[in-house]
Design a binder for this molecule. Structure first.
Ligand code: G3P
Length: 214
């Protein structure tokens, strides 16, 4: 499973890259707003720091305006992937961008039917938001299972990005289902390494090592 960092924070991206296991970055308008920086220079910096795919979301509502935004963002760097919301206009945009060789990540996926239509339109990735479904007492991972089953049924190449990840269990469940990617906040990346038995085991080894004559 590929691991993307779900952030627009350049410090987190650089720290994440030091782990040696990060394959890409996903951003969205809310994550970008948190940075309080000019948008294009920020995306330039992220795409230069991260060798893998970087999702950048369009915010216009008319298809022709979304396509113009997408072309502008795609020209920033070869690793830009255009994030497009799932709706009628979004589907048209995904199809047009696929025809131009521009990769897309269809976002705000909350149902298997949305994921199937996004794939048929030519999406490179779909992003089911598992945490937001769990937040309203739904089962976010059941959605990922359904999408994976449907994509397997028809040998669909669109990759599933498990998004809106809230904790390490989401990450493990995504891997058990066989999702292509989990996009995770930096805090979750750090949590993935933690285990109290590893910490206490290290402590005991170091203490015992003091008794060994060099
Ligand atoms: O990038 C999209 C997604 O991961 C958002 O997560 O935590 O705002 O539901 P969240």
């Amino acid at each position: 499973m590929k691991i993307f960092l779900d952030t627009a924070n350049i410090t987190e991206i650089k720290k994440g890259l030091a782990f040696g296991v990060i394959d890409g970055v996903t951003t969205n308008p809310s994550l970008v707003a948190k940075e309080q920086r000019e948008f294009i220079p920020l995306i330039k910096e992220i795409t230069a720091a991260m060798p893998g795919p970087v999702s950048v979301e369009v915010t216009a509502s008319k298809p022709e305006e979304m396509i113009a935004q997408a072309e502008k963002y795609a020209a920033i760097a070869a690793n830009v992937v255009i994030k497009v919301p799932i709706n009628l206009e979004g589907l048209q945009v995904v199809k047009a961008l696929a025809g131009r060789g521009i990769k897309t990540n269809v976002t705000l996926i909350f149902s298997p039917s949305q994921a199937l239509l996004a794939a048929k339109a030519g999406a490179t990735y779909v992003s089911p938001f598992v945490g937001r479904i769990d937040d309203i007492s739904g089962d976010g991972m059941a959605l990922v299972e359904d999408i994976a089953l449907i994509y397997d049924n028809y040998n669909i190449a669109t990759e599933i990005i498990v998004a809106s990840v809230r904790h390490p269990l989401h990450f493990v469940q995504a891997a058990k289902i066989g999702a292509d990617v989990a996009t995770i906040p930096f805090v979750t990346l750090a949590q993935l390494l933690n285990h109290p038995l590893t910490a206490s085991g290290m402590e005991r080894f170091l203490k015992d090592w003091q008794k060994v004559k060099p």
